[in-house]
Design a protein around this ligand. Structure first.
Ligand SMILES: [Zn+2]
Length: 184
């Protein structure tokens, strides 16, 4: 199985959400988790490509980062695409959700496998699988895809969990992917 991992945002150009107190940046958290997911998946026998970039789909004004995320995944071609993010809202909201293009297709199944693994192993608030067909990385990828919102980086307790349970999040995402592979 060929898995494309896209840690969200960009360490040079787009930090993503930031915790207002600690300054913890989404781009850094997801980069670390993405690398760990890669290691777990490779240990499980998957082929993995990882690309963190704010050039998501034919945004050609970025001369220094010409390869767009969705194009790289489609050209490979990947069997599965995963984008990894942290959520943010009003500092009060907490929990995990996995977003997909259509909850009734294979991307929806993949999303459910990952959601279940995270909820069962880490015990974050279960916000469920959500359909977000407008998201660029879900709309423009040709393979089953989903976007994992691990927890809320602007919430104090969730932010601590993102630090303390970084490896647990990675293992849960990798296990969700291998669970999905087992259903094929
Ligand atoms: Zn994000």
């Amino acid at each position: 199985m060929k898995v494309f991992i896209n840690p969200g945002h960009d360490q040079n150009y787009d930090s993503g959400a930031v915790n207002p107190n600690s300054g913890l940046k989404e781009c850094d958290v997801v980069a670390r988790v993405g690398n760990r997911v890669k290691n777990y998946l490779e240990a499980a026998g998957c082929e993995v490509q990882l690309l963190q970039s704010d050039n998501l789909y034919f945004d050609s004004q970025y001369n220094d980062r010409p390869v767009a995320v969705c194009v790289a995944a489609n050209d490979w071609p990947a069997d599965i695409f995963i984008s990894i993010h942290c959520n943010a809202a009003n500092t009060q909201a907490r929990g995990t959700e996995v977003e997909c293009y259509d909850s009734n297709d294979s991307g929806g199944q993949l999303a459910q496998c990952i959601q279940s693994q995270i909820i069962n192993s880490i015990g974050t608030v279960d916000r469920g699988v959500k359909e977000m067909p407008g998201l660029i990385v879900l709309k423009h990828t040709n393979m089953p895809s989903c976007l994992v919102e691990m927890a809320f980086i602007d919430n104090k307790a969730d932010a601590q969990l993102l630090i303390d349970s970084e490896d647990d999040f990675a293992r849960a995402i990798a296990r969700g992917i291998t669970d999905y592979e087992g259903t094929l």
